[in-house]
Design a protein around this ligand. Structure first.
Ligand code: MN
Length: 321
């Protein structure tokens, strides 16, 4: 932490980035870092491979997010947030001369492969919590903008302070931010209750594929590219779908398959309690945490689905759950 903060102080021009298909923690922690760097008098630009999902465009600074590194901006530092490996940031990284630009890797995924020149990888509810700690370590007063971004990061990664990753620290940071004048109700309305109608139209189609197996302990459903077709919506519209079947009584693991390309599926896994879905994701080349993980699998849908569900059920049985 100290070395990472020294490095931040020494450097002048920062590119801040995060993973593809950014979620609330990705966007919130990136923008909080952006505001912190600017408060230190640094030049900073947030450059993302994918655009900010509309639901997070209320966050201060989101209008300044770029999809490529400006040609006349020569960064002397790259900050990668919420990425368990650098490839998760997508093609934006190829626009940076990695031989000469140090990378600060700030992440809360314990599966992180420590790709950075400096790494701050700590278990916490959200990467936003780590950014909040960095802001404190740097002695920067937390502005309202930083507060809104950090609060949104924690709110979304804890499922609204409901998941088991929620700690005293998460609630304490949230309380500190609320004392800056940030309204929890207002942020929740914007970040969790401002989805486009199309999200629920796609959800309706997807839920028709819902299936519960492994003695009622595993629920899965999927969304095909066809389900989007016609209304021109982006795949980011299904962010968080995987969380819904977790709410079924008795279900320990929920699995959501999204067709990304012909015979290519993005698999998201969520679990309750001790069921460790990161083991399953890792066995397919993915990663994540105990209760939230994901991977990308190639193959025909029925085969992919069967493999994943079998692994999940074996994991549950193997853990004596
Ligand atoms: Mn996160």
């Amino acid at each position: 932490m100290k070395r990472l903060c020294e490095e931040i102080r020494r450097r002048q021009r920062f590119v801040v980035t995060t993973h593809v298909e950014p979620d609330g923690d990705a966007v919130g922690s990136s923008l909080a870092m952006y505001h912190a760097l600017r408060a230190l008098g640094k030049e900073a630009c947030v450059c993302l491979t994918d655009s900010v999902p509309p639901v997070y465009r209320f966050l201060p600074g989101s209008q300044q997010v770029l999809r490529e590194v400006p040609a006349d901006f020569n960064p002397d530092c790259l900050v990668a947030l919420d990425c368990s490996e650098l490839s998760r940031a997508g093609e934006i990284v190829s626009q940076i001369d990695r031989a000469s630009v140090p990378i600060l890797n700030i992440d809360h995924h314990l599966s992180n492969d420590r790709f950075g020149t400096f790494n701050l990888v700590e278990e916490s509810a959200a990467t936003g919590e780590l950014v909040y700690a960095i802001i404190g370590e740097l002695g920067i007063p937390v502005s309202r903008e930083m507060g809104e971004c950090v609060y949104t990061a924690i709110l979304t990664d804890t499922g609204g302070f409901r998941y088991r990753n929620t700690t005293r620290r998460s609630l304490q940071i949230a309380a500190e931010i609320v004392s800056l004048g940030v309204s929890p109700g207002e942020i929740a309305e914007r970040a969790c209750e401002s989805y486009p109608l199309e999200r629920f139209q796609v959800l309706g189609k997807a839920l028709r594929t819902l299936h519960v197996g492994c003695d009622g302990r595993v629920a899965d459903f999927f969304v095909s590219r066809d389900m989007f077709n016609g209304n021109g919506v982006s795949p980011s519209i299904v962010e968080g779908f995987v969380n819904y079947p977790r709410e079924i009584d008795g279900v320990l693991v929920s699995v959501f398959f999204r067709e990304k390309d012909e015979n290519q599926y993005r698999v998201s896994l969520r679990s309750k309690g001790d069921a460790d879905v990161s083991l399953v994701a890792r066995s397919f080349g993915g990663g994540g945490h105990r209760n939230a993980a994901g991977c990308l699998i190639e193959g025909e849908f029925d085969v992919v689905r069967e493999h994943v569900l079998r692994k999940v059920c074996e994991m549950i049985q193997g853990s004596g759950l």
